[in-house]
Write a protein that binds this ligand. Structure first.
Ligand SMILES: Nc1nc2c(ncn2[C@@H]2O[C@H](COP(=O)(O)OP(=O)(O)OP(=O)(O)O)[C@@H](O)[C@H]2O)c(=O)[nH]1
Ligand SMILES: [Mg+2]
Ligand SMILES: [Zn+2]
Length: 296
């Protein structure tokens, strides 16, 4: 007789064990070796087919994914909230643009949460991303400002929080749901960097329809492991370029040095934010290098 299987969502993955949420509780599972051999490592957010073996379980299969990300290592998200701050630590716009482009390339909605506004209002950051067409939510985990706006943006979705270490992802999740009491870490004054307090991806239920994943903050190592976007597709991953696409002199314009490039002209005129265009150029170089390297 075939073994009874059940389907549940992976809410935590830690050192080779996967916690799967089933209707009657959480089952800790290992994964069948064949999954890894087939390059199918389970991710938090995955829907998994599991069998019970006493009090433990086995992940037998991963159901088809809506999407997945390398960093943060999550699957099946409706949206990403990218966290940024303009103080302790300062978030580089390039990091925001890179993560937003990866999400855009996969068709995943992106919200920018500008946190620590009690310390620094980050007006310029808010202006740039509002102009670029993002939904921007200024917050403070300290005062609670903006937390209800964020709650409303998360409603009814499965969202992953992401951003550099120390910007306050776990602190904001605690503000949304104090019972979670997640550990948060000091930011090193000397290095201006977070201490990588959150070490694994975990999915939390805010209400029966609203789920949020807390994830470890990026390190420089992670950014080298992020998804690559094909250089031809990169232009579509910048929603603020949309109105200018198809208006360049050359139909196969890469929007770098070509004459009559509508994107570059818009950036020079300030209609596209300069930092966004600079990030595009940087990502284009990375994408071009990757292809050469891959084809060697
Ligand atoms: N003043 C102020 N401090 C904050 C705010 N949000 C977070 N912090 C502090 O910033 C530090 C880092 O916060 P965390 O929530 O651990 O940051 P994180 O993004 O989860 O960091 P990782 O887990 O390392 O990725 C802690 O000392 C928090 O108390 C805020 O809005 N205002
Ligand atoms: Mg954290
Ligand atoms: Zn162009």
């Amino acid at each position: 007789m075939a073994e009874k299987t059940e389907v549940g969502r992976i809410i935590r993955s830690l050192s080779g064990f996967y916690d799967v949420q089933l209707p009657d509780g959480v089952l800790t599972c290992k994964a069948r070796g064949i999954l890894r051999r087939e390059g199918q490592s389970p991710l938090t957010g995955d829907l998994a087919r599991v069998t019970r073996q006493g009090s433990k379980g086995m992940v037998e299969a991963i159901l088809p994914r809506k999407n997945s990300f390398v960093r943060p290592a999550v699957a099946n998200v409706d949206a990403l909230v990218i966290f940024a701050a303009n103080v302790n630590p300062i978030t580089e716009p390039f990091l925001i643009d890179r993560v937003a482009a990866i999400a855009g390339n996969k068709g995943v909605e992106c919200v920018l949460c500008v946190n620590k506004t009690d310390l620094d209002g980050a007006e310029e950051l808010c202006r740039v991303y509002t102009h670029a067409g993002f939904r921007v939510i200024p917050t403070s985990a300290e005062t609670g400002a903006g937390v209800e706006d964020l709650r409303e943006a998360l409603q009814g979705k499965l969202t992953a929080f992401t951003g550099n270490s120390g910007v306050g992802k776990s602190s904001i999740l605690n503000a949304l749901c104090p019972e979670l009491a997640l550990p948060t870490g000091e930011v090193s004054e000397k290095l201006g960097r977070g201490r990588h307090t959150t070490r694994h991806v975990e999915l939390f239920t805010l209400d029966p329809e609203t789920f949020v994943m807390d994830t470890p903050g990026f390190s420089s190592f992670d950014t080298d492991q992020m998804d690559i976007i094909l250089k031809e597709n990169l232009q579509y991953a910048f929603p603020d370029f949309g109105p200018y696409l198809g208006k360049c002199q050359f139909h196969d314009c890469s929007h770098r040095k070509e004459p009559g490039c509508a994107i570059r002209e818009a950036a020079e005129a300030g209609d596209i934010e300069r930092t966004r265009y600079d990030s595009y150029l940087k990502l284009y170089e990375k994408a071009a290098q990757y292809k050469e390297w891959e084809h060697k």
